[in-house]
Write a protein that binds this ligand. Structure first.
Ligand code: M6R
Length: 615
């Protein structure tokens, strides 16, 4: 959702800003723009892709070594050139880009209108630009960096809502100002140049070090220095971190899409999720980041797992796995529901907020609500610098590396792997024996290689996907551990191919879903050789009897499927509780190839944002 990049240095700003915007494309956007200072402020902005902005700048070049830029995902005001950022104040000398929502913008706008301000857009952001400009004028005196920072602080104190902003002023050419509350913002530190970005991926290759700003931080950037203070002007404690990613991590490499690259990264990302977390001596998992003693872990009476979209599907798998391995009652709730629901929870309930980005607004709100009620709330995040990672009482990092494709792939398997480690840990301090622990650990260690085996079938899965590209809709069906995988398979299909897809427990077919079955509506059955294999076979027969085509995901050597399904994709044998880590891989590839065949932009699906930072 919305992306910011700002630059102050000695190089031409426009190419750096455009490259950064391209790297932020995955966040989702509908328009883009930039403003550059070279004596006076010049702006170029337009709706549509970054390519449109690049063309515009090609036709109307813009030069200078200080600038701010933005990708907008519309919230207030339609998708128009006028509503694209940057926005200006009344004087036209101050430019601002903003992520987040200014909730009291109507009230502020009315006040500003009554004072003679004129607005060009329908956005809440333009109101903030005017407000900062108004304070800048009111402060008077010499135009300087401190005066601009003071104006930013004064305006932000009047604002309710969320923001990550970058601000520049024609009269203060040596300074950029940034601030955040609720929307991520990173300061990138270079040599003779500094950056602001909503995501570190935008500045990889330019900045070697970064400061992940905290809520209420205000940062002033010069070419050679920076200062971070609080909204009240106090000292902000901050930490300079190394930018750990390389340009390879944030580029597609030889792959046509990030999504395909990330699907193929899963042997490594799964390895990274379990690396160093399996103790041979104790035959259990080690999750030190939970910050809990063995006794505290033993005292857990109930677990609530919360997240959105794919993270919620991973949580659903986690519910089955934790209950199977540890016998701890576990429940899953969408974060968007959890935050407003008054769930009765006893004091020994532990809540896990699961989020790849660590910035999803609903998941963050669920975490805060749970903490408000006094529950230990832990995070399972990929982004180590994220708000959820910072605010949780402990947790487990996924170590999956940057996930840029909007469709979550490797983050799902990493989340499931982490939840399985949790199940093993909790099981071992309850009822599982040493030999149970060793067996589970050995099976987990074998998973990355088994994923590699499945990936070798990519060409065949592509053929099958193309065969079914005629479909009008698709059903995804599975039972037990693979019911959530059916949900995840359907989500992957609909979000990148725009094909209507539904995920259900196979047995629910007869309770309504079967009415949708027809030759134009294929069903994908996730039917590994597990405790419900024969039940799934019966459900497949029911679909076939109604002329519904069937694609099945089965276990190598389980021959019954060949007789009932039209096409079968095989996974290597593994225990039931680990099967989601394997069965989901063909579904990711299936959705990917079908979407590409339909000509869809898989890395940037319509209407979607990678990280949903507004409610
Ligand atoms: O960053 P998060 O894991 O919190 O994101 C949650 C969902 O927005 C995300 O999984 C979304 O459903 C994906 N686009 C699914 O592929």
């Amino acid at each position: 959702m919305c992306g910011i990049i700002g630059y102050i240095g000695k190089s031409e700003a426009a190419p750096i800003l455009l490259e950064g915007l391209r790297r932020l494309e995955y966040r989702g956007y509908d328009s883009a723009g930039l403003a550059i200072l070279n004596g006076t402020l010049s702006v170029r902005k337009c709706k549509g892709r970054i390519a449109n902005l690049t063309d515009l700048i090609g036709r109307e070049p813009i030069h200078g070594d200080v600038g701010i830029s933005h990708t907008r995902w519309a919230t207030h005001g339609g998708v128009t050139d006028e509503n694209a950022h940057p926005h200006f104040d009344e004087s036209g000398k101050l430019a601002l880009v903003h992520n987040g929502v200014i909730e009291n913008y109507q009230t502020l706008k009315e006040q500003l209108l009554s004072e003679g301000h004129h607005f060009k857009s329908q956005t809440d952001t333009e109101v903030l630009a005017h407000l900062i400009g108004k304070h800048f004028e009111a402060l008077g005196g010499e135009a300087s960096g401190p005066r601009l920072v003071e104006a930013v602080r004064a305006a932000l104190k009047e604002v309710t809502g969320t923001y990550g902003i970058a601000v520049m002023h024609e009269a203060v050419p040596e300074t950029l100002v940034g601030a955040r509350r609720g929307s991520p913002l990173v300061l990138g530190i270079g040599k003779g140049e500094n950056f602001l970005a909503s995501d570190v991926s935008a500045i990889v290759g330019h900045a070697r070090e970064a400061v992940y700003l905290r809520d209420y931080d205000v940062v002033t950037l010069g070419r050679d220095d920076f200062e971070i203070t609080t909204l009240d002007g106090g000292v902000s404690g901050f930490k300079v971190s190394k930018v750990e990613f390389s340009e390879d991590d944030v580029n597609k490499g030889a792959f046509p899409h990030f999504m395909l690259k990330e699907i193929f990264e899963q042997p490594e990302s799964l390895q990274n999720a379990i690396r160093g977390r399996l103790s041979v001596e104790e035959s259990t998992a080690k999750l030190g980041g939970l910050n809990m003693t063995p006794q505290q872990l033993r005292d857990i009476e109930r677990i609530v797992l919360t997240g959105c979209g794919t993270a919620c599907h991973a949580a659903m798998v986690g519910e089955y796995v934790i209950e199977t391995l540890a016998h701890v009652p576990t429940e899953v709730e969408f974060a968007s529901e959890f935050r407003y629901r008054n769930m009765p929870m006893n004091k020994d309930t532990v809540v896990f907020a699961i989020s790849q980005s660590g910035e999803t607004a609903d998941t963050l709100a669920a975490l805060r609500e749970s903490q408000r009620k006094g529950h230990r709330t832990l995070g399972i995040c990929n982004n180590v610098a994220s708000t959820i990672a910072r605010e949780s009482d402990g947790g487990v990092y996924m170590h999956a590396g940057p996930e840029i494709g909007v469709a979550a792939t490797k983050s799902f398997t990493s989340q499931v792997a982490v939840l399985t480690l949790l199940g093993l840990l909790l099981g071992r301090i309850r009822h599982l024996s040493t030999s149970d622990g060793i067996r589970i650990m050995e099976e987990m260690k074998a998973i990355p290689e088994k994923v590699r085996e499945i990936l070798k079938q990519n060409d065949r899965i592509k053929e099958i996907a193309h065969k079914y590209a005629y479909a009008k809709a698709m059903m995804f069906l599975g039972r037990q551990f693979n019911y959530p995988v059916a949900m995840e398979g359907a989500l992957k299909m609909k979000e990148i191919s725009y094909l209507h897809a539904e995920g259900h427990p196979s047995a629910e077919l007869k309770h309504g879903v079967i009415a949708l079955i027809s030759p134009e509506v294929p069903s994908v059955f996730i039917a590994p050789d597990d405790s419900v294999y024969d039940k799934n076979i019966s459900n497949i027969e029911e679909v076939k009897a109604r002329k519904g085509p069937v694609i099945a995901i089965g276990t190598e050597g389980s021959s019954k499927l060949e007789k009932v399904a039209d096409d079968v994709i095989y996974i290597p044998r593994c225990p039931d509780y680990l099967s989601p880590l394997l069965t989901v891989i063909p579904l990711q590839l299936f959705a990917y190839h079908l979407a590409v065949k339909l000509g869809c932009d898989v890395d940037k699906p319509r209407n979607l944002a990678k990280s949903v930072t507004v409610e």
